[in-house]
Design a protein around this ligand. Structure first.
Ligand code: GUN
Ligand code: ZN
Length: 453
C-alpha cells in the first residue's frame, strides 16, 4: 500500500475558476423545529467555503481544506460570519414607496394606500425604477431570493423580472389577478388575467433563475370564476407556484365568509378552485381553523409568516407552534410583506417573530429563526435543492455578516467569535435582536459580489 500524505491533491484557482472564502460559517442541514438543534446546525468557527462556477464545491474547517485548496486565492473575512443568503417568502415590490403608511388595518389600508400606489405601475418606466430600488434594497439587507407580488399590470412583471435577470437573482413573481372590489383601472377579468398570466409564464418561468407564481391577490378581490382560472393555469403549468393571501385579519375573514356563503371557510375558497397544493404559498394564516391547519399540512402547502406586517396592521399573532406541530406539520418561511411589513430586513423580521411567539408564551430559538430565514424559506418555496444552505452543488448565494456592525452590537459581542454552539446561539440571537441592514457586510450572488459595504 502506498500513501501520499506529503503531496496532497490541490486545485488551482487559475485552472478551474475556483474561489474560496475564509470566515466563520453557519448553515442548517435539518429543521430545528423537529430535530435536535445540535444535529441541524453546521458551524465552523474558522471555515472555508469553496465556490466553483457559482456553486458550492466544498465546505469545512479551514484546517481540513487548506491543503487541498492551497493554490486557490482565498478571500478572508476575519471576525465575520458567512451564512446562506436570506429568503423572503412574501413581499410586494410595488409597495416599497408606501412602507410605513399610518393608521389603518388591512381592508382600509388597501383602499387608502395600496390601490392608489399600485395604479402607478401601469407605467413601465416607473415600474422599472421601483424594481431596481427594491432589488438593491433586498441585497443591502442580505436577501437573495424572494417570492414577490407585482401589480395587475403585465409591464410591472416584465420590469421586475428584467431587473432580477440582470442581477442573476433567483426570484419568483407574478401578475396580480384581481377582478372585483378595487378601483376600475386595477381590475382585470377572468379572461384577460388568463391570457396575460399565460403569456408571462411562457416568457419568464424558468428563464435562468426566474420562476412564475400565479398570483390572485386574495379571495376578496377575485370572483370564483377568476379563482377557477388560476386553478386552470396551475393545471396547465404544474411547476409554477400559487401565491396569495389567506386569513390575515378578522374583518377580512368575516368578509370572505359573506362573499363565499357556500364555503366552509376561507381556505375552501381556494381549495374548490384547485389552488391548495405543494407549490402554494399562503401569506399570513393568522386566523386559520384547526381543519385549515390540517388541510394545509395534508396538501404540503406553505405559509409565509410575516410578523412585522401582522403587528403593524394589527392583524394578530401567527400560531407558529401550531403550524410547526409534529402531528400536522406545515412548511413555514418568513416574509417581510413590505409595504404592510415595516422592514426589508429578515433579521428584524425574525426579531418580531420572536416577540410574536413571546406574546403567546412560546419560545422561538435563534437557530429556529435563522432556519426559517434560510433553509426553511427555501423549503417553503420548494427550492431546497438549489438554495438555503451550503450543500454541495447549491447556488453560492451567501452573505457576510458583521456581528459587531454597530457600537452596541460590538459592545454586546466584545469577545472573540464563538466556537461552541451555545455561545454561537447567544451571539446570533443578539444579531437578530440588534441587527438589520447594517449587519450585512456583503452579499454574494452565484459567488459574485453583488453588494458590499
Ligand atoms: N391582502 C390582500 N392584499 C394585500 C396586500 O397587499 N397586503 C397584505 N398585507 N394583505 C393583503
Ligand atoms: Zn402581502
Amino acid at each position: 500500500m502506498t500513501t501520499n500524505t506529503s503531496f496532497p491533491a490541490t486545485e488551482s484557482n487559475a485552472a478551474t475558476g475556483i474561489r474560496a472564502y475564509r470566515a466563520a460559517l453557519l448553515d442548517f442541514v435539518d429543521d430545528p423545529f423537529y430535530t435536535d438543534e445540535a444535529e441541524c446546525v453546521r458551524f465552523f468557527a474558522d471555515g472555508l467555503l469553496v465556490i466553483e462556477n457559482g456553486r458550492v464545491k466544498a465546505i469545512g474547517s479551514y484546517e481540513s481544506l487548506r491543503d487541498r485548496y492551497a493554490n486557490v486565492a482565498i478571500v478572508a473575512y476575519p471576525d465575520k460570519l458567512i451564512m446562506p443568503g436570506l429568503i423572503d417568502t412574501h413581499v410586494h415590490y410595488p409597495q416599497t414607496e408606501m412602507i410605513a403608511a399610518w393608521g389603518e388595518q388591512l381592508l382600509q389600508w388597501l383602499n387608502r394606500y395600496t390601490f392608489p400606489t399600485e395604479q402607478k405601475f401601469k407605467d413601465k418606466t416607473y415600474a422599472q425604477s421601483v424594481a431596481a430600488f427594491f432589488l438593491d434594497e433586498l441585497l443591502r439587507n442580505g436577501t437573495t431570493t424572494a417570492l414577490v407580488f407585482a401589480t395587475v399590470h403585465p409591464a410591472s412583471v416584465d420590469a421586475f423580472f428584467e431587473a432580477a435577470d440582470r442581477r442573476n437573482l433567483c426570484m419568483i413573481a407574478g401578475k396580480v389577478m384581481m377582478d372585483r372590489h378595487a378601483p376600475a383601472d386595477l381590475l382585470d377579468t377572468p379572461a384577460s388575467s388568463y391570457t396575460e398570466s399565460k403569456a408571462l409564464i411562457e416568457k419568464w418561468h424558468k428563464k435562468g433563475r426566474l420562476r412564475y407564481a400565479v398570483t390572485p391577490r386574495f379571495a376578496g378581490t377575485s370572483t370564483p370564476a377568476q379563482l377557477a382560472i388560476a386553478g386552470q393555469l396551475l393545471q396547465e403549468y404544474p411547476d409554477v407556484y400559487l401565491h396569495t393571501h389567506l386569513s390575515e385579519d378578522v374583518d377580512e375573514v368575516a368578509w370572505i365568509k359573506a362573499l363565499f356563503p357556500d364555503c366552509t371557510g376561507y381556505l375552501e375558497t381556494y381549495d374548490q378552485a384547485g389552488l391548495v397544493g405543494e407549490r402554494s404559498i399562503f401569506a399570513h394564516g393568522i386566523h386559520l381553523t384547526d381543519d385549515e391547519f390540517k388541510r394545509l399540512s395534508e396538501a404540503k402547502s406553505a405559509i409565509a409568516f410575516c410578523p412585522t406586517s401582522n403587528l403593524f396592521l394589527g392583524s394578530g399573532l401567527f400560531k407558529l407552534e401550531r403550524a410547526k406541530s409534529t402531528a400536522t406539520p406545515i412548511k413555514v418561511g418568513l416574509g417581510t410583506d413590505v409595504g404592510a411589513g415595516t422592514s426589508f430586513s429578515l433579521l428584524q423580521t425574525a426579531n418580531e417573530a420572536y416577540k410574536v411567539a413571546q406574546l403567546q408564551r412560546q419560545r422561538l430559538t435563534a437557530f429556529q429563526a435563522l432556519y426559517l430565514a434560510t433553509l426553511g424559506g427555501a423549503t417553503a418555496l420548494n427550492l431546497q435543492d438549489q438554495i438555503g444552505n451550503f450543500g454541495i452543488g447549491k447556488a453560492a448565494d451567501f452573505i457576510v455578516v458583521d456581528l459587531r456592525a454597530t457600537p452596541l452590537m460590538a459592545f454586546r459581542n466584545a469577545g472573540p467569535m464563538p466556537t461552541a454552539i451555545a455561545a454561537l446561539a447567544d451571539a446570533v440571537f443578539s444579531l437578530i435582536m440588534l441587527g438589520d441592514d447594517r449587519a450585512i457586510h456583503a452579499t454574494y450572488i452565484l459567488g459574485e459580489l453583488a453588494y458590499g459595504q
